[in-house]
Structures are given as structure tokens and as C-alpha cells.
Unconditional design. Structure first.
Lengths: 89, 481, 467
């Protein structure tokens, strides 16, 4: 059973403030509890697999500049900087 | 002017000079203006579309080389980037995001003289299967506007079904193309993982999702696939399809093919009308010379839990970039500390996205990865083994696309777990990377039922041939709008 | 007992493009946010495109540090929020599903001490933060993403170092090695950074992050040991924590990071398939690897009988050894080694001076040949070298312009000798009776020719005239 405290901790980790607390925790709990079914799948001995690519088919090391002044299309400040809030020390 | 024609017919009629691209596009826009207030398929309409059609007509008249689309109007799910136009993912978080580049599928279609008639509605960041989670309001099912159109590519399915475009591109993470295709009675296709480049598709769960066409006919899907499939240096996960022509030989039929009926997808919780439609489909396929028998994929029982665990984990990471610093909406940083700013800025996400991201933070976290994420990955591995085993015996697999009929707006939105279970027949193709297609098969009490076929990896051509055969067995009524 | 482990971040500065996009790896030459594209800015819909050469270079480093190389390379996402990280996750490597990072365990000798390498991983560098505003109220952070996505190799060691001095010796060896491999230029600002884990007397481990240069790494380790010793001597428990190196004050500062920030939720990066490294590739890379510093040194000693110390200096600095390799032949090798390690070193001891230097390998071989054939004296060759580095002019031109050539014309030299003999009758008499004192007369000839007379020839002619 997922506790309310755990969910609060994760919402901090994921950096989302939550307004409608009770309804929200209730739904998340229900969803995660449904995942308990995975315990009965009996897959402990399975290996994880992934698609593969050969080294030779990876991108060659060449410099190609992007064809636009990208920063002008993004939020910018004092000409070309991106602005962020102050960092906690 | 008849807007109710297939993509191949459109191309032929423009090529023959029977119709002009300009007239067709203009009439399409009129139709959108007339009916889309009710259906809400579109989030934005391309106001330059008629001009673009004019210049294609000019090219045709002057005998210049013209791309294969001949000015065909296509709608694009609003999670694919078109340079210099808004791409919102149906989220308030990206309300003002103007893409500075084209997705690979977009540049390929541009080269073929397609016209992007507009960007269409979806569940926010593609998380949902009813299009009710769009931050800009739900789309409605053209067969009955009180019903959901399915999702997350709801706008794509509605726009094709209601003749607001000739074809559409959606994306399918766990059924997001096939589910709305089934609910709106159009063809919806999820290719082999890697067949279509995802470059420029805004990621939800990148390891399993694919862009896929929604069209009126299976042949139209093959036509679209010919233009957008293949290796792309911008996407390391794409596969080389050796320029396969999916249209040639599409009428080959399915005589002698062995088809497995997935036991776990016609069992508990299936609607009786859907079940009888499935039985009907099986006997029709047998009538075409195929042999059908049941096959069990044990891991399907766990597939939805595995699917939501994996997608939430990837989404939690993929959506982390939306911190409102480099792009986003007006919200000055002054006076905030970093963490509090980001947490506040991200309140723009809708409730479903927020829920899934919290889950996505939880299931792979240090204390819980073993119980959830790792097990989900292993279920995925075992499911791949099981389905590969099945394809040793069968050429194709079959199951209804969705085990239930379309339901009413608001009916299930508050019950996340019952919504989960609607995905049971579609997520397997995503978790295993196999191609799957939903073909319109029946209308029951005015609501569509789609039938789903699966093939082995890279057997997309065979799958389209089978789908074409199945399609030929039914004659369905026209959408009542 | 002190235990120090290192995590060294080394930029692959010789690559042309970034790790996952085609922007320039050398971000230093750009104006703020001009070396960016949708991929390294993590824009919605963009995907990483792995740089083949980066995988190769990282593998070469792994092999040079005697690490195992895997059959398949996998990438992972390390998830955390920070403004210098455009995607708010970093693509990096880890060994949670078997050994899948570019290098597995290995080791390297530092003197007699074996330092074990835990793993070597390839990852992307973040952007750069600039803090603006004085009072904490109006403070904001500015971000330049030019560096974001630069290929970075992280070398993780076991806690095998027992002193800051060992750390320094290791770093010297490592930077020479990386430079010799042609993968990185350690002298570039920010090309080498490090974190250090320090513990004393089996106590808690303290991680010191953000050390911007190898020079400061030794200092940081030293500071941290002193700090921990002082706590220990007062029976105060050492807290397991992360501290930051304060570059200005040269101290470590507790970074007070909260527990929840430390859950990185590592999982596989689905956008990059597992890269297969077949035996052929590994063998090919091995054969392309440049000769090691040690092997060069041994060769210099055995083949050219260059003294051990000279060979050591010559082989460990890639700039010098490259010059040597390009300029020498069987007969002038020793002379060239000598010129490089005695005269050239003072002229090009910094990166700036090397960049400015106009000298080519041909200059060096010309100079050595001229010394050996007696065209120029060793003494004058120093002046010639100075001029070569400064102007890049041909040696022959410099000799004539600065009049540095030896007085080799016999009649001219004989004339000068006659002058000396007539001016020094007493010394001449002495020399006749005691040949040992002839050197005084040679010295006089040298004085008159400003050191340009060939000493052997002078001696011969003097002897001839005295008999």
C-alpha cells in the first residue's frame, strides 16, 4: 500500500505542486496499487532486452551548425542568455 | 465536390485534372469551419493551406514534377513539430511553443507536396484514451457526439472519420492510434517499432511508441507508409526497410495463412457484441482461406500494469524538460528560488499528466524499482518471448482492438483503473514492438467496432495485405454527419 | 588511514562534434548560446544521435587504462533538475544490467602503487551557469548552453589513494596519458574536472564536488583530510555528506543537499539502442592506438642511447615526443633530444607559447645537422632556436642575418690565429713546453670570433702553427 507521505515525497522529487490534495492522492494510490499484480507474474529470472545498433552505423563525427539562430526563437534575456531563478545555496 | 474520397482517389482525381487541390482544400476548410465547433478535432487550422494548394496546382499545370500527395490535406496530431507553427501537445504547458524545426515525417510529407490542414486534438501529452484529457476540451465522436472518440489520437480519428481531411498522422504509445481508429471507424496503424522516425514527435514513452497513419482505407495506410517509413539518421532507433513498397501486391489475399486468436484478449470483460463481431471476423478470414485457432499469451494479463509502469517512468523523465526556462509561458523567475519556481511552473500540467508523473517518480525510485519498474521490464521481455514463440506457429494474430464499445463522455474519466483495462488488447503490440492495425469491422447500435491484426516485426507488408483482405469482407455505413 | 577515490571528468576535446548532436565540441570559440541546436537544447521532439567517434575515443581510454571493454554499450538516464541540464536528465552510463559502460574494471600503476579503476563511462557535459545580482532578493541565474552535450569521459577509481601526493602523481600520469592518446588536451580550461571521495580512519566518506582543475584537486584533498583530522581529534563524528570546493577561498563547503534530490531514478535510455562492439572493432581500435609513453621511453633509451632522464621527459610530453618523432633520423636523434630537453623547453613551456611558436620539425633537424657538421656551434644554436621559434625563418637565413655561422674558412681562421700568436708571445712559449696550456690560446681565438670558431679546427690549426 502506497502511503500519502510517499506520494508527497515523490511530488517534491518530480517538482510539481499539487492543489487538490485528497482526490489526487486517492487516484494515484489506486493506480499504483493496481501494479501489485506484477508480483504474481513470476518473471524474476527474466533478462532485460533492448534493440541493438552496430557502432559503424552511428553518426560520423562532423560539425554541422544548426541552420537558424536558435536562441532567438527561445526565451532569452540580455541578448542571448537563458534566464533561471536563483539557486539555493 | 465530394470530400468523401480515399487518399488514392484524391491523388488520381487531381492528377487527372478532375478536381483541383485548391478547390478540395478550400472545401475541406469550409467543412472544418462548419462542423468542427461541435466535434472539436482541430486545435489549429493552417491559414496558408489554400495558398499552398494553389501553388501545387500551378506546378501541376506547368508540368513540373509534383510530389505523390498532389496537395492532399492531412491533419497532424499536435505532438509532432512543424517548423514555425505551434505544437502544444494539447497542454497549457506548451500553449506558446512554436517548433523551430520539422519532424522527419513532416519534412518527408512536405517533399511529397502534402498540405498540413491543421493540428489535431489529443489527450494532453498523449496520456489517455478518450481525448477527454486535452487541456483545450474533448473531441466528440462523429458517430454520436455524446460518445468519446477514443484516444489519445482522438482528433486524428475524428478528422478522418468526419471528412475534415483525407488522412492523418497520430502516435501510438499503447493503442493511441488504433483505439480512436476503432471508436471512429477508420483504419489505424501502429508499425514495427523503428519503422517510422520519431524525430520531432514529442516523447511520452519513447521506448515503445510510434507514429502511425489514420486513413479511410488500408491501401491509403500503405500509401502513407511508403512516404514516411525508413531509416532516419536523426533517430538511432529507426530500422532499414530497404524502401519497401507496401502498396504493391496489397491485394494478395491471405489464403493459406495461419492466424492465432489471442485467448487473453477475448476473455473476461469483453463486451458480447465485440465478441460476436470477433467471431464473425474469424469466420470471414477463414472464408478467405486462412486457418484460425486460439493461442495463449500468458503475460497479457500483466501487460497493462507493465505498460503503465514503463510509460509513467519514461514520461516522468521525458516531461522533466518542461521547466519553463528555455520556452514556455510568461512567468518571470525573479523572486523565486529554483525548486519553488519549477514546482509552481509545472502546475500548468493537467491532472492526468500530473498523476502519471508522480507514478513515474515513484515506480523507478531507489526503494521501489525492484518491485515495480524492474518487474515491468521483465514482463515486457517475457511477453516478447511469448509472442515470438506464437509467430513461429502463426503468420498473424487477431483480437478486437478494444474489448468494449465506445462509451459516453465523462463516463469513465474518474475511474483510472477501469480506463486502464480498456488498453488490454492494444498495449501488447507496443511492449513487443510488433506491428498492429485496427480495421473498421462493424457498427453496433450506431457505434463502431474495429478488428485488430498483428504480425511479426518487419512483416508490415504481410500485415497490410491481411488487413486489406479483412477490409474487403465488410461494407459499412457512412458516418452520420 | 586516509582513503581517497576519484571521479575524473575529461572532455574529449579533439572531437569535432558534441556527443549527441552535430554542434561543435569545442564550445570555447562561441558567443553565448550560439553553439546550440534542438538536440542539445533538449527541445520537445528532439532525439540524441550518438557520435561514433566518441565511443571509439572513450574505448581507447578504457583500453589504455587496462579496463575490460563490453560487448554491448548501454546508456542510462540520470534524472535530476538543474538549469544547466536542458532535458533535466543527463544521458550517462552505469553497470546495473551487467558491464555495459565503455570500460569495466582496470588499473594503472603509479610508481609502485596499483590504482584500481572501477569503470569508465561516456556522458554529456551540462551547460554553464553564471550568477547575477548582488542582494539575494534580485538574484537570478544566467545559463549558457554552448557546453551542453560536450562529450565527457568519466574515470572512476577505487578509494586506493593514501595521500594527496599520490593523487597528484596519478593525475600527472593520467593527463600525459590522455594527451598522448590524442583524445584530450588537459591544458584547456575546464577540460579536466574532478570529484573526490575522502575518508580517514575508516570513518564516513565525504564527497567533494566541483573541483575545476587537477591543480585544485590535490589542494581539495589536502584541505578535506586536514578538516576531517581536526574533527576526529576532537572526537566529533564526520558526517557522510557532499561538500563543494570553493574555488576562491580554497576550502570545502557543505552543500546541504536534501535527501529527495539524490534519487536519480536511473533507467535505460530508450532513444539509444545498445551499441554492439564486435571483436573486430576492438582489435582495430587497439591497432590504431598510439604508442604508449612507456614504450616510447624504452625505445628512446635502447635504440638511440638517449639518457634515461632525457627519454622520460621527451616521452611523457606529447608535444615534445611528436616533434622528436617528426624530426629525427638515426644519426641526429641524440642531438635533437638534447636540443628539445635543454634549449627548447624554456621557450615553449606554456600552451600559449606552443600555439605561437613558428618552429617546425624541419627546423629541428636542420639545426641538429648543422651542429653535427660544425656549421654552427652549440652556443650559437641557442640563439638560432630562439629566432626560429619567434619568426619561423629558415635556419640558413637566420645564420646569415644574425651572423651566427662558424668561422669555417681556414685561411680566415689561420689569420686570426696568427694575430693571437703574435699578441701572446708568453703564452705561446708556455704552450710549446706544456701542451696542456694551449687551451688558453683556443679561448683567445674564441673571444676574437665571438664563439663562432669551430673548437676542433682551431685546435688543429694552432698546433700546426706552433710547430
Amino acid at each position: 500500500m502506497v502511503t500519502e507521505k510517499e506520494i508527497e515525497h515523490v511530488s517534491k522529487l518530480m517538482k510539481i505542486d499539487v492543489d487538490d490534495h485528497t482526490e489526487y492522492v486517492d487516484k494515484v494510490q489506486k493506480m499504483i496499487n493496481y501494479f501489485d499484480i506484477l508480483d504474481s507474474a513470476g518473471v524474476e529470472s527474466e533478462e532485460i532486452s533492448m534493440p541493438e545498433i552496430s557502432l559503424e552505423s552511428l553518426r560520423k563525427d562532423e560539425h554541422v551548425a544548426f541552420d537558424d539562430k536558435l536562441i532567438e526563437k527561445l526565451n532569452h534575456y540580455k541578448g542571448t542568455y537563458v534566464r533561471a531563478p536563483k539557486m539555493s545555496s | 465536390m465530394n470530400l468523401k474520397i480515399s487518399a488514392l482517389d484524391f491523388v488520381q482525381q487531381v492528377q487527372n485534372g478532375d478536381i483541383s487541390a485548391e478547390d478540395f482544400v478550400a472545401e475541406t476548410i469550409q467543412r472544418i469551419q462548419k462542423i468542427d465547433d461541435d466535434l472539436h478535432a482541430f486545435l489549429s487550422v493552417n491559414d496558408d493551406a489554400i495558398n499552398q494548394a494553389k501553388s501545387i496546382d500551378k506546378k501541376i499545370k506547368s508540368g513540373e514534377k509534383v510530389g505523390a500527395c498532389f496537395g492532399m490535406p492531412i491533419s497532424i496530431k499536435d505532438n509532432m513539430c512543424i517548423k514555425n507553427s505551434k505544437t502544444t501537445c494539447a497542454s497549457k504547458m506548451l500553449e506558446n511553443f512554436v517548433a523551430p524545426y520539422d519532424a522527419t515525417v513532416i519534412s518527408k510529407l512536405k517533399q511529397q507536396d502534402a498540405i498540413f490542414i491543421g493540428k489535431v486534438n489529443m489527450d494532453e501529452f498523449a496520456m489517455g484514451l478518450t481525448t477527454e484529457f486535452s487541456a483545450y476540451g474533448p473531441s466528440k465522436n462523429p458517430w454520436n457526439p455524446e460518445y468519446v472518440p477514443g484516444g489519445s489520437s482522438g482528433g486524428s480519428a475524428v478528422s478522418v472519420s468526419a471528412f475534415e481531411c483525407v488522412a492523418s498522422l497520430g502516435s501510438d504509445t499503447g493503442g493511441s492510434v488504433r483505439n480512436p481508429a476503432s471508436f471512429c471507424s477508420v483504419v489505424g496503424y501502429k508499425p514495427t517499432y523503428g519503422l517510422i522516425s520519431r524525430y520531432g514527435l514529442i516523447s511520452y514513452a519513447n521506448s515503445i511508441e510510434q507514429i502511425g497513419p489514420l486513413t479511410r482505407t488500408v491501401k491509403d495506410t500503405a500509401f502513407m507508409l511508403n512516404m514516411i517509413a525508413g531509416l532516419d539518421s536523426n533517430d538511432n532507433t529507426t530500422i532499414d526497410n530497404k524502401n519497401e513498397d507496401y502498396l504493391s501486391g496489397i491485394d494478395s489475399g491471405i489464403e493459406g495463412k495461419k492466424i492465432g486468436i489471442i485467448t487473453e484478449m477475448i476473455g473476461d470483460g469483453i463486451d458480447s457484441t465485440v465478441l460476436s463481431a470477433t467471431k464473425d471476423a474469424i469466420s470471414k478470414l477463414e472464408g478467405l482461406g486462412a486457418t484460425c485457432e486460439e493461442v495463449s499469451l500468458d503475460m497479457v494479463k500483466y501487460s497493462v500494469a507493465a505498460y503503465y509502469t514503463i510509460t509513467a517512468t519514461e514520461a516522468g523523465s521525458n516531461l522533466a524538460r518542461y521547466d519553463n526556462l528555455r520556452y514556455g509561458y510568461e512567468f518571470p523567475v525573479e523572486g523565486y528560488e529554483f525548486n519553488s519556481y519549477i514546482s509552481k511552473a509545472r502546475q500548468k500540467f493537467g491532472p492526468e499528466v500530473t498523476r502519471r508523473m508522480i507514478i513515474g517518480g515513484f515506480v523507478p525510485s531507489a526503494g521501489h524499482a525492484g518491485k515495480y519498474f524492474l518487474k515491468a521490464m521483465k514482463v515486457k521481455s517475457k511477453l516478447i518471448k511469448e509472442i515470438n514463440e506464437a509467430f513461429k506457429k502463426f503468420d498473424l494474430l487477431i483480437a478486437p482492438t478494444v474489448p468494449v464499445l465506445p462509451f459516453k463522455l465523462g463516463e469513465k474519466i474518474n475511474d483510472p483503473v477501469s480506463l486502464f483495462l480498456i488498453d488490454i488488447n492494444t498495449v501488447t503490440a507496443n511492449l513487443t514492438g510488433k506491428p498492429a492495425i485496427s480495421v473498421p469491422f462493424a457498427i453496433s447500435n450506431g457505434l463502431p467496432i474495429g478488428m485488430q491484426l498483428f504480425a511479426n516485426s518487419n512483416e508490415d507488408k504481410l500485415l497490410l495485405q491481411a488487413a486489406c483482405a479483412l477490409e474487403s469482407t465488410v461494407k459499412l455505413p457512412e458516418v452520420p454527419i | 588511514m586516509t582513503k581517497i577515490g576519484l571521479e575524473i571528468h575529461c572532455q574529449l576535446t579533439h572531437l569535432k562534434s558534441k556527443l549527441f548532436c552535430s554542434c561543435k565540441a569545442n564550445y570555447r570559440e562561441f558567443e553565448i548560446n550560439e553553439n546550440i541546436c534542438p538536440v542539445c537544447m533538449g527541445l520537445p521532439g528532439s532525439l540524441p544521435r550518438l557520435n561514433q567517434e566518441a565511443v571509439k575515443k572513450a574505448t581507447i581510454i578504457a583500453m589504455a587504462l587496462n579496463c575490460s571493454t563490453p560487448e554491448k554499450i548501454a546508456f542510462f538516464r540520470k534524472n535530476y533538475f538543474y538549469p544547466d541540464l536542458p532535458k533535466n536528465f543527463q544521458i550517462t552510463q552505469l553497470n546495473i544490467y551487467g558491464d555495459t559502460s565503455v570500460g569495466g574494471s582496470g588499473s594503472i600503476m603509479v610508481g609502485d602503487k596499483k590504482i584500481r579503476i572501477t569503470r569508465i563511462q561516456l556522458e554529456e557535459d551540462p551547460g554553464r551557469l553564471i550568477y547575477e545580482g548582488s542582494s539575494s532578493k534580485n538574484q537570478i541565474t544566467l545559463v549558457d548552453y554552448n557546453r551542453a552535450g560536450t562529450p565527457l569521459v568519466e574515470i572512476v577509481t577505487e578509494p586506493d589513494f593514501e595521500s594527496p601526493k599520490q593523487v597528484r602523481e596519478f593525475l600527472n600520469i593520467l593527463s600525459d596519458l590522455l594527451e598522448n592518446l590524442g583524445v584530450s588536451d588537459p591544458s584547456l580550461e575546464g577540460a579536466m574536472r574532478a570529484d573526490a571521495n575522502v575518508s580517514i580512519e575508516g570513518g564516513n566518506k565525504v564527497e567533494v564536488k566541483n573541483i575545476g582543475s587537477f591543480h585544485d584537486l590535490e589542494k581539495a584533498a589536502h584541505f578535506e583530510i586536514t578538516r576531517q583530522n581536526s574533527l576526529h581529534s576532537r572526537d566529533i563524528e564526520i558526517v557522510q555528506e557532499t561538500r563543494h570546493w570553493d574555488d576562491k577561498r580554497k576550502i570545502t563547503v557543505s552543500s546541504r543537499s536534501k535527501e529527495e534530490d539524490l534519487d536519480y531514478r536511473y533507467f535505460l535510455e530508450g532513444d539509444i539502442p545498445w551499441v554492439t562492439m564486435n571483436d573486430g572493432i576492438v582489435d582495430e581500435l587497439k591497432s590504431e592506438m598510439p604508442e604508449s609513453i612507456n614504450s616510447k621511453k624504452e625505445r628512446y633509451i635502447s635504440k638511440y642511447t638517449i639518457p634515461v632522464q632525457v627519454s622520460e621527459v621527451l616521452s611523457s610530453d606529447k608535444y615534445y615526443s611528436d616533434l622528436f618523432e617528426q624530426s629525427h633520423n638515426e644519426s641526429n636523434a641524440k642531438e635533437i633530444a638534447n636540443i628539445i630537453t635543454t634549449d627548447l623547453m624554456g621557450l615553449v613551456d606554456t600552451r600559449e607559447k606552443r600555439d605561437k611558436s613558428k618552429m617546425t620539425s624541419k627546423h629541428l633537424s636542420d639545426l641538429a645537422d648543422s651542429i653535427q657538421s660544425g656549421k654552427i656551434s652549440r652556443n650559437s644554436s641557442k640563439n638560432a632556436l630562439h629566432e626560429i621559434v619567434k619568426t619561423g625563418k629558415e635556419l640558413s637565413q637566420i645564420i646569415s642575418e644574425l651572423d651566427l655561422g662558424n668561422v669555417s674558412d681556414e685561411s680566415e681562421l689561420a689569420g686570426i690565429i696568427s694575430e693571437v700568436i703574435s699578441a701572446e708571445p708568453q703564452a705561446v712559449e708556455q704552450a710549446k713546453s706544456n701542451p696542456q696550456t694551449i687551451n688558453y690560446l683556443v679561448g683567445k681565438v674564441m673571444q676574437k670570433t665571438k664563439g663562432k670558431a669551430d673548437p676542433t679546427k682551431t685546435l688543429d690549426l694552432l698546433k700546426k702553427q706552433l710547430t
